[in-house]
Design a protein around this ligand. Sequence first.
Ligand code: CA
Length: 523
Amino acid sequence: MKKPFFIQVLLSIFIGQLCVVTVLNAQTTPRVSAWPRGVTYEIYVQSFADSDGDGKGDIKGMTSKLDYLKDLGVEGVWLMPMSPSPSYHKYDVTDYYGIDSAYGTIDDFKNFVEEAHKRNIKVVIDMVLNHSSSRNPWFLDASKNVNSPYRDYYVWTEMSDPQTQSQGNVTAGENRRRNHWTRLRGVDSNYFYYSQFGGNMPDLNFDNPKLRQEVFKIGRFWASEVKVDGFRLDAARHIFPDERPQDNHRWWEYFLQEMRKVNKDFYLIGEVWAPAEVVGPYLKGIPALFNFDMGSAIIKAVNTEKGDSLTIMHKKIRDFYKTINPDYVDATFLTNHDQNRIMSSVNNDVDKAKIAASILLTLPGSPYLYYGEEIGMQGKKPDQFIREPFLWDVKGKDKSRATWEAPRNSTDSTITPVALQMKDKNSIYSHYKTFIQLRNGSKALSYGAVEPVNLNNAALCAFVRLAEGESVLVLHNLSKSEVNVTVPDELKDYSKISFKNKDVTLRNNSLKMPAYSTVLLKK
Ligand code: CA
């Protein structure tokens, strides 16, 4: 069972050391936007780029595409898990210090990190610490032997524990899950292990100080020897059971402190898949958290063609986050590897996918893109069909394309490969690139505060982005119809169009905005 002494241990470590958050600064880079405020690109390695023709994307393939990412304007990558694992997704790790041989070697990866850094691209790797694989040698040993040194790396209970009985009687030999408890294999086993995400993913026991030391060792290895810039923390709210959220918050403060002993700028971004009020309290230990609420709100706004409340909501969330950690990073995104792709979420309507990107890339935050989003890849669950191979070129000419699965959604007949989209200024790729560069070139868009603007028109999402020395009035028309709107008196100084992506006109404070258009006005 999970032991209660954890809080005392942590308190003794924390006293006097709470102010560890480092301000992430940008002074040394030539561009306005410096990561983590710039765009980060999430990659499912197996589907991104294959270097050796075995059908699986790999590290060398990914390395060969760094120039592509640089050209797109990306300032960081988040790589989904690469450590050895029996599953295709690799969220159940058997060796925390290794690279799966299908992806390459640790030297390949060190080279990737070096090449990324040469291009000023930061590298964030997925760190799956809540649970290991049931085939991890720790678990194999622990499950065979109650006296194993790894026994307390996991959380055990016995048949007599009523928690294991809550869905009915357990019969001999049965290995089904009971809530979060899985019965150990073996006909007469009396033991159950805690497994929030199923029997193949036994939870690690963070009440065990030896396990915590092991986790720090893993973290230090990747931060100091491999020199990655940060971790994306999988299932960050599940380290301790749901009824112990404060232990989860404190654990990450403790972890951040340890990682920043290795690298004072070390970056942590967490997956706390929950409403903003649950996400907020994690910001002390995890300075960057995914803004799931805004992702769904943007999609809803685009689908209903009603954008007037988006920035009010965003500002409210950000004001709340600020009370917890003034240096928080608001990691915005449309969808990720666990959700239907944005293109499919807007019923494959290219105009709607584009306006969703326009909104994401002009709102505040640190936007995350999911690989393939920039070429309009489609994808609906189950999971492997939202993680389909990237289309680099037309079939026959595409030497990098992964073929480990036959795509169901993003095929040669549904998606124009990026090589062709690059030559088309109206492509979704060109749209993404335009907006990323617009953002990267603007201090206000990268760092500025946001002030919602009410224009009494539900189809418009309007706001001011305000930084020192630069302010910009942004308007998006989410509707399929043209909208005419008068710029209110208090904003009439914003009289110059500094950017437009369609035929927007401004005459005597009167704006004419075509369907799905965006305009930026400056003073
Ligand atoms: Ca390969």
